[in-house]
Design a protein around this ligand. Structure first.
Ligand code: NDP
Length: 338
């Protein structure tokens, strides 16, 4: 059983060598009396929140750290080989929490969802139809209270969450602008996802000026994925009674000391509602989310870009690539296609 192991806790920017591939021998059998599942992992999801799991627990983390010397885990898609749980049968496809390894014995079956719709790529359950998709849906519709005609700004806009937020905003009838870190990503935003405008934040020496250019009358809704300097510039450009969905702040994840935010007074002066949220509180909406999104996919009204890497041995590089923007779209790792 090939596994990805965290070698030791990480400080600063993670490196491929912080993780290693280990091969162990296992018998492909569920332990006697187990109420869990023996699964074969097919697709693994690389997600930014995993960065905090590479470090020793800190006060701002909302998930447990990985255990050095043990296999890592995260979201993925798997096939059930054996089941000790009457709700699952051998052959079922599931998505949810699984190991960064070829085969896993999963005991926390409450965090697994059965896959019923298989007429879409299975890897979509790591992104569009899985945790990041639900994050975009809950964050945009529940937190941002969007209305037709409003102006929306999305940062890290070409990523797993952002590309979908932009498309939801267009379906709602909003004007939407996205920022991303390369020309290729900016082109995708404008030409594939239908953003009205997009810009490369790395080429903008003055983010405040860039935002003023795209939002001469201000921003009603900011879907926050990056934090730091972008958040500061956005605060200056928000409209009265604007909403900010604080989804994540990836620019801060590798810093030992977080950057200060200087323009927070805007929250008071402009009566902004800034609300943090975690997707874990919205899993009750997953059924409704699928009912909404699956028809859009079939009608071609929602599209999704994935960055698919082959092989468990390439998972560490894929994970750390999120923090330099190497991924173009949702980062997926293929462990096995069958
Ligand atoms: P992405 O697919 O967007 O991948 C991460 C992207 O972040 C990179 O491709 C890169 O794009 C950008 N990025 C990396 N470093 C920086 C930096 N220093 N400054 C600005 N941008 C940077 O990831 P997701 O869509 O999965 O996640 C987006 C955000 O949503 C993250 O903050 C994540 O933590 C958060 N999240 C929150 C959840 C919740 O429950 N609240 C659930 C899921 C995600 P680029 O080339 O454009 O710089």
């Amino acid at each position: 059983n090939k596994q990805v192991i965290l070698k030791d806790y990480v400080t600063g920017f993670p490196k491929e060598s912080d993780m290693e591939l280990r091969t162990t021998t296992i018998t492909l059998k569920l332990p006697q009396g187990s109420t869990g599942l023996l699964v074969k992992n097919l697709y693994l999801s690389c997600d930014p929140y995993m960065r905090s799991r590479l470090s020793k627990q800190d006060r701002l983390s909302y998930v447990d750290s990985f255990k050095p010397g043990s296999p890592m885990n995260g979201y993925g898609v798997a096939r059930v080989l054996e089941s000790g749980n009457p709700e699952f049968n051998p052959g079922d496809l599931v998505w949810g929490f699984t190991g960064w390894e070829e085969y896993s014995v999963l005991t926390a079956t409450e965090s697994l969802f059965k896959i019923h719709n298989t007429d879409v790529p299975l890897s979509y359950y790591t992104g569009l139809l899985g945790m990041p998709g639900l994050t975009a849906y809950a964050g945009f519709y529940e937190i941002c209270s969007p209305k037709k005609g409003e102006t929306v700004f999305v940062s890290a806009a070409s990523g797993a969450v952002g590309q979908l937020v932009g498309q939801f905003a267009k379906l709602t009838g909003c004007y939407v602008v996205g920022s991303a870190g390369s020309k290729q990503k900016v082109d995708l935003l404008k030409n594939k996802f239908g953003f009205d405008e997009a810009f490369n934040y790395k080429e903008e020496p003055d983010l405040d000026a860039a935002l003023r250019r795209y939002f001469p009358d201000g921003i009603d809704i900011y879907f926050e994925n990056v934090g730091g300097k972008m958040l500061d510039a956005v605060l200056l450009n928000m409209r009265l009674k604007g909403r900010i969905a604080a989804c994540g702040m990836i620019s801060q994840y590798n810093l030992e000391q977080a950057e200060g935010v200087h323009n927070l007074m805007a929250v008071v002066a402009k009566q902004i509602r800034m609300e943090g949220f975690l997707v874990f509180s919205y899993y009750h909406l997953h059924g409704k989310f699928l009912e909404t999104v699956l028809p859009y996919i079939k009608e071609g009204k929602i599209t999704y870009v994935e960055d698919v890497v082959e092989g468990l041995e390439n998972a560490p590089a894929a994970l750390i690539g999120l923090f330099s923007g190497r991924n173009v779209g949702k980062q997926v790792v293929v462990v096995s296609r069958e």
